[in-house]
Design a binder for this molecule. Structure first.
Ligand code: DAK
Length: 258
C-alpha cells in the first residue's frame, strides 16, 4: 500500500494515513487502500482495538483531495463517493473498537472519517471543521448525518453553514472530541483507553457497538427490543458464564470470546 500503514502490537492495530505532503488528504487510491486495510483488520482475531491517525505533526486528515476533485466529472465524483461510502461504513461497523487519534487538522472528509470512529481523542493542536460549503459542495462523506447525530442539529448546521474551524477544546465542549491531550501524549492516551477496553469482553463490546450503531437509526421501542434480543444472546457465550462465575468466585475473569 502506498498511502496507508498498518502496525499490529498487543491486540491494537494502528492504521496511519500517510500522505503528509498533502496533509493526508484522501484521494481515491487512499480510500481504496483504507477500505482494503479495514477489510483485513476486521477479520483479524488478534486485533481488538484500532487506532486511526494521520502521519506528521500537522494533520490528521485535511479532507478529500481537492486536487483530484477539481476537474472530476459527475461520474468520477459518484465513483469516489461509492468508494468512500464503502470504506467509511466498513470503518464505522468494524467489530473492533475504533479510536481516532486526531493529531492536527481534521477538516471536511477528515472530520467525517474521525466521526466513523467510536471515540475521538484530540491533540491540543487539533482543528475540526466542515469547510465544504466554502468550496461549493456539501459534506459528502456522511458529515451532514454523523455530525448532527454527534453534536445535535443546531451545532452541526452552524459548523456546516459557517465553515468555522474549531479547536480541540471547542470540539470537546460540544461533544465532538471525547478528550483533549497534549500532542506528545496523544498515542499514549489512545493506548491507555485501549488497555481499559481490552480488559473487558471483546465479543460483548462488539455486540454493544453494533446495537448502539443500529439503534441510532431506529425509534426507541425497536431499539430497546433489539437490545433485549442481543442481551439474551450474550447469555449463550463463554464470556458471560466466565465473567459472572469469576465475580462470584472473587477471582479475575478471563474473557476470551471474540
Ligand atoms: N486536498 C489536497 N491537497 C491539500 C489539501 C486537500 N484537502 N489540504 C492541504 N493540501 C496540500 C496543500 O495544497 C499544500 O500542498 P503544496 O502546495 O505544498 O503542494 C500542502 O497540502 C500543505 O498545505 P498548506 O500549504 O495549505 O498548509 P497551511 O498550513 O497553509 O494550511 C490547511 C493548512 C489545512 C488550513 C489548508 O491546507 C487547507 O485549508 N486545506 C484544505 C482544507 C479543506 O478545505 N478540506 C476540505 C476538503 S473538501 C465526496 C464526498 C466528500 C468529499 C468529497 C467528495 N464525494 C461524495 C465524491 C469531501 C470533501 C472535502 O473534504
Amino acid at each position: 500500500m502506498n498511502n496507508i500503514t498498518l502496525e499490529v502490537a498487543d491486540q491494537i492495530a494502528t492504521i496511519t494515513i500517510n500522505r503528509p505532503k498533502s496533509l493526508n488528504a484522501l484521494n481515491s487510491e487512499t480510500l481504496a487502500e483504507l477500505n482494503e486495510c479495514c477489510a483485513e483488520v476486521e477479520k483479524r482475531k488478534d486485533v481488538r482495538v484500532v487506532i486511526l491517525t494521520g502521519s506528521g505533526a500537522k494533520a490528521f486528515v485535511a479532507g478529500a483531495d481537492i486536487s483530484e476533485m477539481v476537474n472530476a466529472t459527475p461520474a468520477e465524483g459518484r465513483a469516489m463517493s461509492l468508494l468512500a461510502m464503502e470504506a467509511f461504513n466498513r470503518l464505522e461497523n468494524m467489530p473492533q473498537v475504533t479510536i481516532a487519534a486526531v493529531n492536527g487538522y481534521a477538516l471536511g472528509g477528515g472530520c467525517e472519517i474521525s466521526m466513523c470512529c467510536d471515540i475521538r481523542v484530540a491533540a491540543e493542536n487539533a482543528i475540526f471543521g466542515q469547510p465544504e460549503c466554502g468550496l461549493g459542495i456539501l459534506p459528502g462523506f456522511g458529515g451532514t448525518q454523523r455530525l448532527a447525530r454527534l453534536v445535535g442539529k443546531g451545532r452541526a448546521k452552524e459548523l456546516i453553514f459557517t465553515c468555522d474551524k474549531i479547536n480541540a477544546e471547542e470540539a470537546y465542549r460540544i461533544g465532538l472530541a471525547n478528550k483533549v491531550v497534549p500532542a506528545d501524549q496523544l498515542m499514549d492516551e489512545c493506548k491507555k483507553i485501549a488497555a481499559k477496553i481490552l480488559k473487558n469482553g471483546s465479543y460483548a463490546i462488539s455486540i454493544a457497538k453494533s446495537v448502539i450503531n443500529a439503534g441510532l437509526d431506529m425509534d426507541l421501542l425497536n431499539g430497546l427490543r433489539m437490545e433485549a434480543d442481543a442481551f439474551g444472546f450474550t447469555f449463550s457465550t463463554h464470556d458471560k458464564k466466565e465473567g459472572m462465575t469469576a465475580f462470584l468466585e472473587k477471582r479475575p475473569s478471563e474473557l476470551t470470546d471474540f
